[in-house]
Design a protein around this ligand. Structure first.
Ligand SMILES: *Cc1c(COP(=O)(O)O)cnc(C)c1O
Length: 266
């Protein structure tokens, strides 16, 4: 279950090779990755894993790149799986039940499997279809903001910036910087407190699973069991990035980050 964190697509060929070798399915968590893509070694441009044993899952929750309030979408090139998902998402009703309200539809329907009620509502779909039309426009707006951040903050030695790459189209769902803690006299939490005091909303994506009480209690995990995840977590801050962000807001974020870094430089 690869997660395309922040909307940066992972190397799909490598994933698929790994999955084939170990006879695994690929279930992509693409909740951040609509729209996103990358150029493969063979030159083709791909937006998802499309093998016979792949399914890509998008989220349309309120804070995602396109939204229907709640909801999502599973995409697959596997026809049998697509049929199964459709069937199970609406009570396990036989396929012909879909048009039982149309003129030529039959009044009869049959339950052929013990299904769920996981269908997107018509009202949510009505929102989503218009969001869909704006998805690329909104992505470009976020990309512009990312470019402004990257250019303006390139010389700030106290932080590491996300790396853009010409072979990729990133969704820019997140703009996560990493603090160079050895160049700062403050920790991440203090850095975030100062950002918030200046009116810059920020967050961290995410607290690793092994640092959540449930997983610690249930599996006995300690911070030191996953030193890489623990170390990265202590450095991460996601800066604001959203379509409609005004120039002066972007400038305010940049100036605030610069000021905090200068004030607490080591
Ligand atoms: C939001 C999110 C999900 C969950 O999406 P839902 O539509 O709320 O089920 C899963 N994975 C990641 C990485 C997310 O950000």
């Amino acid at each position: 279950m690869p997660v395309h964190v922040g909307g940066v697509l992972l190397d799909l060929e490598r994933l698929e090779r790994f999955a084939r070798k170990h006879k695994l399915w690929v279930v992509e968590d693409a909740a951040h990755a609509f729209p996103a893509g990358r150029r493969s070694a063979d030159g083709s441009f791909r937006q998802r894993s499309n093998g016979a044993r792949s399914v890509t899952c998008y989220s349309f929750y309120a804070n995602k790149t396109i939204t229907t309030g709640e909801g999502g979408m599973a995409v697959t090139s596997n026809q049998a799986l697509a049929d199964r998902i459709r069937l199970m998402s609406l009570h396990g009703l036989s396929a012909d039940a879909w048009d039982r309200y149309s003129t030529n539809g039959s009044w009869d329907y049959k339950i052929v499997a013990p299904g769920y009620k996981y269908n997107l509502t018509d009202i949510a779909a009505a929102i989503g279809i218009h969001q869909l039309a704006r998805a690329e426009v909104m992505r470009r707006e976020r990309e512009q903001i990312a470019r402004r951040y990257s250019e303006a903050l390139a010389g700030v030695e106290q932080i590491e910036l996300p790396l853009a790459d010409d072979s990729r189209v990133d969704s820019w769902h997140l703009f996560a910087i990493k603090l160079r803690l050895n160049r700062l006299t403050i920790d991440r939490d203090t850095f975030m407190k100062e950002l918030k005091q200046s009116g810059v909303g920020c967050s961290v994506h995410w607290r690793p699973l092994h640092l959540h009480p449930y997983y610690q209690k249930t599996f006995g995990y300690r911070a030191a069991d996953f030193p890489v995840a623990t170390g990265q977590w202590k450095r991460l801050i996601s800066l604001p990035i959203f379509p409609g962000m005004r120039d002066e807001e972007i400038d305010h974020v940049i100036r605030t980050v610069e000021r905090i870094c200068a004030r607490h430089a080591r």
